[in-house]
Write a protein of this length. Sequence first.
Lengths: 475, 475
Amino acid sequence: MSRSIHFADRGQRARTAASEPDVLDALRATVGAENVLVDAQKVEPYAADALKEKFPPEAVVLPGSAREVSEVVRLANERRFPVTARGGGVGYTGGAVPVEGGIVIGTDRMNRITEINADNLYAVTEPGVTTYALQQAVEAQGLFYPPDPASYKNSFIGGNIAENAGGIRSAKYGVTKHYVLGLEVVLPTGEIVETGGRTSKNVVGFDLTGLMCGSEGMLGIITEATLRLLPLPEATRTVRATFRTMSAACACPPAFTRARVTPVAIEVLDHSSIRAVEAEFAFGIDPEAGALLLVSVDGHPEEVERTSRVVEEVMRELGGYDILRSETREDEDRLWDVRRALSPAIKKYGTLKFNEDVVVPRSRVPELIERVEEIGRRHETFVVNFGHLGDGNIHVNFMCDRDDATAVRRARAAVRDTFAASVELGGTISGEHGIGYVKAPYLGMALDAATLETMRRIKRALDPRGILNPGKMFV
Amino acid sequence: MSRSIHFADRGQRARTAASEPDVLDALRATVGAENVLVDAQKVEPYAADALKEKFPPEAVVLPGSAREVSEVVRLANERRFPVTARGGGVGYTGGAVPVEGGIVIGTDRMNRITEINADNLYAVTEPGVTTYALQQAVEAQGLFYPPDPASYKNSFIGGNIAENAGGIRSAKYGVTKHYVLGLEVVLPTGEIVETGGRTSKNVVGFDLTGLMCGSEGMLGIITEATLRLLPLPEATRTVRATFRTMSAACACPPAFTRARVTPVAIEVLDHSSIRAVEAEFAFGIDPEAGALLLVSVDGHPEEVERTSRVVEEVMRELGGYDILRSETREDEDRLWDVRRALSPAIKKYGTLKFNEDVVVPRSRVPELIERVEEIGRRHETFVVNFGHLGDGNIHVNFMCDRDDATAVRRARAAVRDTFAASVELGGTISGEHGIGYVKAPYLGMALDAATLETMRRIKRALDPRGILNPGKMFV
């Protein structure tokens, strides 16, 4: 096990009942011997998420059906060993990482799209389908599944729902939970329940579908999802502009609202982000710019022609310069290259990136970024900020050297101060990454004791033995 | 107390601790003597909802703040008397009706809109504001709050959230829960908690906001809500058409999707509805028509000109006739008159209306309506069907004479058969009215035992003494 950046060193974890031979035999009998992995090498890919902090499970179990998931969970509940469900394993807060050992249930084999219903605008899918595969499959039928986390090529739908994933298009289309009509879920006690249904209106009992969205695998394991679809917009256009200051850029979203335009995406790069991508890729962006905006609109071709012009005019009036407006899909792709170049461009500033996704009301973004820059200076840590200005969800990236314990400590302190600033500015500590084990120590900064206790009561009510994804959210 | 149509006769309810003089004194001390009503006459308006089945509370308490609500609930929890929260009292399933006695907490005095934030697209409001007042207030600033239950002039925002209200615009804009960013809630044990926040992205802990939406006043009392707003669409257009058959009309929504148009509203009237409004108001609609569609689009004036023409063309191609397309706001109002005329038009078919809001995937609506007509014939009960075709949410209205016990029994049997048909067709028993006490006996038709038990566990976890809105949902 590698040294943990986020935990104080835990030392070797105790093995749980999941390692007992009779348990392993029972798991093999349930899912087939070939679908229970115990060799260190085979288990290793299931030990970490995008953070690459490794917590190898005692076994990886790969069920093929809800019934098999149910049997595995029943056994875990009986023998009291931890179960952590895993989708694509591309999260940033460790939701899929078995920090207290036990087994990982990988949903890799449950990867069929069962139904795409154009007449009724829904799709039914197993949890192991990637976001990208679902998007492609529905788009082939002229339909649209809007949620698009940055990791969409590798993230699984089950993980998207468990984390209530956001993404770039949420300025117009909202987040994953707005597209979940119904779920099949295996509860921590092993029962298979059906929540919601196949209709967009459904007020029959408490909204368990809503409760499961964003519950980070702590209240149930999603084995099937019914997702709401929209007609596929026929066209998109993107406008890119630079601004002298972050404040000038941040004046744009309210001006779009006044112009009655709701862009699909309003992405921002701060000064440091611009310099980092320019230094590495030389896009020709003014390195003195205080901010860069990427704004997309979608709809009928005539409508996007009009709205993209409105966007362009608004940005020009508010001080935007070097404005580029896409005419073709290829143009548009090129405009977005700068956003995609960010992650590679900042790699040289550190081997360890604390990628935090704080969120504030969007008018507070300039204050947030000022404060983050001050925090970075104070803790001598390089920071770049970019992200989803349309909904105030900013990715704050503190960079440091993974092997420099002092630098890691400084970066950690900067993260804590950033969370405090976000809460002070009327926001919170996560817009789309979730809490997991990484942000668990900070949950109390965002939620008061009564709210936390309410969540704990729900957890205890559904998972009395605490077997499902322990070590997350509450510490 | 009037005779109950929905309950088997319960006889006189036992009085609870709410009637004890020391409890009443404590309530008066908390909210002021003038805000505790006990006289039969003053209490009477709080005894029923739109169904007019009267269950007078022992007292009505009208708090002015979350703190006062909290104190009242703490007392109720200590002395174990029922508390039922009430908004506008315009529901159809008795969610606001104190069927087991105790007190009603009326939110009438908590009727201020605290903030309308155009830059960040949210409003903060107390629960006692009517949907209409909120809509008007935000529209005055060029903003838009989409949910619009039919009762919007009298319904309260608190009730809308507690019931997850739908409405006519949900074909495009979804339902109330899609617009709730955060809540202040008094829990059944008296704590005041804050859920969610003021940002559209927020994944910090379990989604208590989502859980509270549609929880029918059984998990908490909403004392403040932060609601997501959109820019106000600049224009709307409506197209009305009649069709020979319901199947022909129901072919339109998928065709709109294929044409990449998402109407705001797709409302349908069946043959009986058309005949009823024609008999009463003589709009000049073909009385032999099998269905009438009202389809609205919104957006920029140029865009609605285009999309309303697409809607018109689609309807014509699919057999629509007598097609009218609004040019002005007055035109549009006139087209919608037929929908508004429905309730008054069907009154003469019975003094008692069982207004059920079943929902099925929209392609199954023709089958649903065929089956409902057969059910009406079999139980010798007049039925009209109309509603929200865009999301398959059909209002099935069985009419009978309130004083004819046999007719009421027949209508009740027809309702049960309709629920069974909806579930068989892949739908459920309520799209927007909720369960309350009225549909509680049927909940088991829609939900399996494990799902119901999960809901009960959540209820017990948050309300261990069962004081909040007892007698609802679970029976």
